[in-house]
Design a protein around this ligand. Structure first.
Ligand code: IPE
Ligand code: IPE
Ligand code: MG
Length: 251
């Protein structure tokens, strides 16, 4: 039986974030170069987008390239940039047919011009779609994002647009690149690594974490549904007691 049959449609997370990890190891296990793993990982991206849309997840954030990934060998960075352009071109029509909207977070200006051009074009082209929103984290890191937010807040205080006393959690949220996007209820990381690698540090404050041993190119729809089922079996307490959650009317 597919795990999809066990999913409670009323408890589907609105936002799922994924650290797509393990492409290099997947390729090495097959005696191939790392970039082969990145190419194969594209099929998993397709599969997970389709699974998320099928169960009515509203936001799917995919960590595709981190600020720290710029430190990889030049051939690998170049190959990843070329792959991004090719994937945008090959997937655009399908995403549009499926009513998918695309949002990109990260330091887009640090990407090569040809990538920036394609990214901006596809974001614009899909901007009126109303189905699943895919948030691609490209040249993204939380430290970059938080420092950016702090700089803008400081500058707005200086310009007297806001006062220091206005700074609240909600205001801080609105200065992040994920402003208007609800925090993820579930974060999945593949490949067995149990760390956040500078991903959504602020937004994941109360997110359920799911670490899968599967390498990204092997992660498909069914693995995604399993993560959702696991999430649905957890009790989210937000600092309260289990009793308070189960009997909300108890004082
Ligand atoms: C994730 O797979 C893809 C990116 C970070 C771009 P990796 O390339 O990190 O693969 P491993 O972790 O080395 O196996
Ligand atoms: C995190 O994976 C970044 C992406 C998946 C894009 P890494 O493979 O770069 O993370 P570390 O360096 O192992 O923590
Ligand atoms: Mg990795």
């Amino acid at each position: 039986m597919s795990c999809i049959d066990k999913i409670d449609k009323n408890k589907v997370p609105r936002h799922v974030a994924i650290i797509m990890d393990g492409n290099g190891r997947w390729a090495a296990k097959r005696g191939n170069i790392r970039t082969y793993g990145h190419q194969q990982g594209v099929e998993s991206v397709r599969s997970v987008i389709s699974a998320a849309a099928r169960i009515n997840v509203q936001y799917l954030t995919l960590y595709a390239f981190s600020t720290e990934n710029w430190n990889r060998p030049k051939y690998e960075v170049d190959a990843l940039m070329t792959l991004m352009v090719n994937v945008i071109k090959s997937e655009e029509a399908e995403l549009n047919n499926n009513n998918v909207r695309l949002v990109v977070i990260g330091e887009i200006s640090s990407l090569p011009k040809r990538v920036q051009k394609e990214v901006n074009r596809i974001v614009e082209n899909l901007s009126n779609n109303t189905g699943l929103t895919v948030v691609m984290a490209l040249s993204y890191s939380s430290h970059w994002e938080i420092i950016n937010a702090v700089k803008t807040i400081a500058s707005d205080v200086k310009k007297e647009k806001i006062g220091v006393e206005d700074i609240s959690r909600e205001l801080f949220d609105s200065y992040l690149s994920t402003a208007k996007i609800p925090d993820p209820e579930l974060m999945i990381r593949t490949s067995g690594e149990a760390r956040l690698s500078n991903f959504l540090l602020w937004q994941l404050a109360y997110t359920e974490l799911f670490f899968s041993p599967t390498l990204w190119p092997d992660f498909r729809e069914e693995d995604f549904y399993q993560a959702i089922c696991d999430y649905q079996n957890r009790e989210r307490r937000f600092g309260m007691t289990s009793e308070q959650i189960q009997k909300p009317n108890l004082k």
